[in-house]
Design a protein around this ligand. Structure first.
Ligand SMILES: Cc1cc2nc3c(=O)[nH]c(=O)nc-3n(C[C@H](O)[C@H](O)[C@H](O)COP(=O)(O)OP(=O)(O)OC[C@H]3O[C@@H](n4cnc5c(N)ncnc54)[C@H](O)[C@@H]3O)c2cc1C
Length: 441
């Protein structure tokens, strides 16, 4: 029962030259490629496995401003507009809808946090509705239970993780872009200290700009160049249930269980924040920097196993450019499902909404969420490496803000003025401690 994902055909040949080479075709790399191609650039999008096959198809599909950190909120707002515009501009379908997101709680502290966020959001023109007990209970009639309160964010929405990155890659190819799948970038060549080429398993592409949107693999790739990018991953499990009768919400968060309507009418089940930490050499290397994040989130994390070693994405090994690398051995990061989590989420879903009992589990999967020490992505040209742009560490938020991130990358590459101040996102900040700067959600 693997994670559902649409297929895209690759282009025929690897070009010898490009204006920009993008390494990694998740949602971020695909949108960056698309916006660069729209500006007339010759772009090659490289993917070691299949478009969208890692985090970008394994997520819930939430595209939200709700509860976003101030550093990310402008990008989240812009992304919602871009999700909408993408379908009209490209004729491709990502399943995006502004269906609104519903949050319910019986916890006073959680409700107070949401109310504080509402007050902050107002200052930047974002509307969210804090629900009283009677409003929450009325909206949550499908649970048949009373609620102390909640939040409804009417302008947020969801897109379909199985369709989105493939749709964007197809739109990119319609603009003349080149997509090569099953083709890992092994490294880069520098000339005079700046990017001169990207070396892949199928040949070398001369270019002056390389974008590293490699998700969970970004840090080990950076290490080959002597770049220190602190990154850690948490393994999260989700499951999908079939469509059925009864009125269920499009997107619901409660502490016990979250659910999201899928494009086939079924729902994705997940427990927010719950995950397993699989120790790896890279995890040990960066763990001091992740202490502030860990202290904030540890309640929902459990120790994992040797899965991180098996997958190899957090290796500290150095590799050669003329021999197969760990990325070729693991075309798709497909970590082990936490079966106890599946049982728990199904039991909690049925306890919340008894009608779900009739729905069969149609798929279950796990994914590694890549995070930075402060829970905000690193996007920007790496200091000391002209032409090398890092875009990774999306910390569980990258699907929704994928369009904005891609747009920002295109702005950075072309030198255009951006819709967002890129400085708070620059990777240079990872040289400093994350104490006091960890995103709240
Ligand atoms: C269970 C779960 C739930 C989530 N829920 C949400 C949500 O509701 N909303 C939200 O906004 N976000 C969510 N996220 C987070 C979101 O999925 C990620 O932040 C986002 O998909 C990251 O996109 P990306 O393009 O950076 O990385 P990825 O999608 O991981 O893509 C990176 C790609 O790079 C490729 N690659 C790596 N190295 C190389 C190389 N050397 N050469 C070629 N290719 C390479 C990989 O194969 C991969 O396909 C969730 C994540 C998970 C796992």
């Amino acid at each position: 029962m693997p994670v559902p994902l649409k297929h895209v055909e690759s282009s025929a040949d690897l070009p010898a030259t490009a204006d920009v080479v993008i390494i990694g075709a998740g949602i971020v790399g695909a949108f960056a490629a698309y916006y660069l191609a729209r500006r007339g650039m010759k772009v090659v999008l490289l993917e070691k496995g299949r478009v969208g096959a890692e985090q970008s198809s394994r997520n819930w599909g939430w595209c939200r401003q709700q509860n976003r950190d101030a550093r990310e909120l402008p990008m989240a707002t812009k992304s919602l507009e871009l999700w909408e515009r993408f379908a009209a501009d490209s004729g491709e379908e990502t399943g995006f809808r502004r269906c609104g997101l519903l949050y319910l709680s019986n916890d006073d502290e959680e409700l107070a946090t949401w109310a504080r966020w509402r007050d902050f959001a107002r200052t930047v023109g974002v509307t969210t509705q804090v629900l009283s007990a009677s409003e929450a209970t009325e909206r949550a009639a499908f649970t048949g239970k009373p609620w102390k309160g909640g939040v409804f964010s009417p302008t947020d929405g969801t897109a379909d993780p199985a369709s989105a990155a493939p749709a964007v890659a197809r739109a990119f190819m319609k603009l003349g872009g080149t997509l090569i799948q099953e083709c890992a970038a092994r490294g880069v060549e520098l000339e005079g200290g700046r990017i001169a080429a990207v070396v892949t398993e199928k040949g070398t592409i001369r270019t002056k700009v390389a974008v590293l949107s490699a998700g969970a693999w970004a840090s080990s790739f950076c290490r080959q160049l002597g770049i220190r990018f602190p990154q850690a991953t948490v393994r999260q499990t989700s499951a999908a249930v079939s469509a059925g009768t009864g009125i269920l919400p499009d997107a619901l968060h409660t502490t016990a269980i979250s659910l999201t309507r899928r494009i086939d009418g079924g729902h994705t089940l997940a427990i927010s924040g719950r995950g397993r930490v699989d120790p790896t050499p890279q995890f040990l290397r960066f763990s001091p920097q992740f202490l502030p994040m860990f202290l904030r989130r540890w309640r929902k994390l459990a120790p994992g196993g040797l899965e991180g070693f098996r997958c190899g994405h957090e290796t500290l090994a150095r590799w050669r450019l003329d021999a197969p690398t760990p990325m070729e051995r693991v075309r798709i990061l497909d970590p082990k499902v936490d079966e106890s989590a599946v049982r728990l989420m199904h039991a909690r879903a049925v306890a919340l909404i008894p009608a779900l009992k009739e729905r069969a589990i149609t798929a279950k999967w796990a994914g590694y969420i890549d995070s930075t020490p402060d829970g905000v992505p690193g996007i920007g040209e790496v200091t000391g490496f002209p032409g090398f742009i890092l875009a990774a560490g999306f910390s569980g938020h990258g699907f929704g803000i994928g369009p904005g991130a891609g747009h920002l990358i295109a702005d950075l590459v072309t030198g255009a003025e951006s819709f967002v101040d890129p400085r708070p996102l620059h990777p240079d900040r990872f040289g400093h401690s994350a104490w006091g700067r960890v995103a709240e959600f």
